[in-house]
Write a protein that binds this ligand. Structure first.
Ligand code: C5P
Length: 303
């Protein structure tokens, strides 16, 4: 998260994340899954602008009409939770500029919540530590605490036990985001917990070395098979991406976004061009008639 202070506002950039590795270790009695995942924050951002609101209200506006700006929005819930726990009565006007695709496994909503906690902590001068903010974040969603440990972290428990992880070099990725989204809860409901889970040790070591070739070979996401069953477009796009032989490719989180590991930005750009020209005639006609499509983003790991 990058926070800037202007004369009357706090502006926070909320990055997306991808999962280079995600394994399930069990189903818990509270309905969540015990997991182990390696997450990396990437340079695709939502932006939050936070201003003081003398009336004491929390007023959220969002430039994406598809997203509710009501009390159920995680940004709203983050603000209410922060007030409740600190006893603060301050209000805020929050403008949310959405760029991260939703229901895509990129944790846009969780990142927005983390950015709201961080930004309001500054705006209201509450003095909470990052550790305290992360603990509050974990109450809002399994992925929120990660955003206080960027750029990379090994996350366990239901995702909220976060250990920062070193990255040897910046990582360049091509993100491939279909129009369709998936509900995280749905994907987990259809997932199978393996009897012999993968440890993720090799990929963690490769990330620490910045050995992206090795990382590409060891990408793993236990949620990909159920996501592909629920959304066949994920399987189709994965096959299309794999046919172009990038360094490696996988789905992020609970989907539907996919990513390809690239050697550098030029490699990512080349891959994006080849991906576009690999669209078949039938697919082009379908896209032209439905107006829907696949969005591509060239990103790199955050600093
Ligand atoms: O924590 P969050 O609200 O992001 O999770 C959304 C849903 O995903 C949960 O309600 C649960 O069904 C599922 N989930 C899970 N195990 C996790 C994280 C999420 O089963 N570790």
């Amino acid at each position: 998260m990058l926070t800037q202070l202007t004369t009357d506002a706090v502006v926070v950039r909320a990055p997306a994340k991808v999962n280079l590795f995600l394994e399930l270790h069990g189903k818990r009695t509270d309905g969540y899954h015990e997991l182990a995942t390696l997450m990396v924050a990437v340079s695709l951002y939502d932006t939050l602008e936070l201003r003081d609101e003398p009336s004491g209200r929390i007023a959220l506006t969002c430039d994406d009409p598809a997203l509710s700006a009501g009390p159920e929005n995680l940004v709203h819930r983050a603000a209410e939770l922060l007030r409740k726990r600190t006893g603060s009565q301050r209000g805020a006007r929050i403008g949310l500029n959405k760029r991260i695709p939703q229901a895509a496994g990129l944790a846009g909503g969780s990142s927005d919540a983390a950015a709201a906690l961080d930004g309001l902590n500054r705006l209201w001068q509450l003095g909470l530590s990052r550790r305290e903010l992360a603990a509050l974040g974990a109450e809002l969603g399994s992925d929120v605490a990660f955003f206080f440990a960027t750029p990379a972290a090994w996350c366990t428990g239901r995702g909220e036990i976060v250990t920062a992880w070193p990255m040897g070099r910046p990582l360049h990725l091509l993100l491939v985001c279909p129009d369709a989204g998936l509900s995280t809860a749905d994907v987990y409901r259809h997932a199978t917990v393996p009897s012999a889970p993968e440890s993720g040790e090799e990929i963690r070591r490769a990330v620490a070395r910045g050995d992206w070739k090795e990382v590409g070979l060891r990408l793993h996401n236990r949620l990909q098979p159920p996501a592909e069953k629920l959304c066949p477009e994920v399987a189709a796009l994965h096959a299309r991406l794999r046919a172009l032989r990038p360094t490696g490719q996988a789905m992020s989180g609970s989907g539907t976004a996919l990513f390809a590991v690239c050697r550098d930005r030029r490699d990512a750009l080349r891959l994006a061009r080849r991906f576009r020209s690999s669209t078949g005639k039938q697919e082009r006609e379908r896209l032209a008639s439905t107006g829907s499509g696949v969005r591509l983003f060239l990103v790199r790991s955050c600093d």
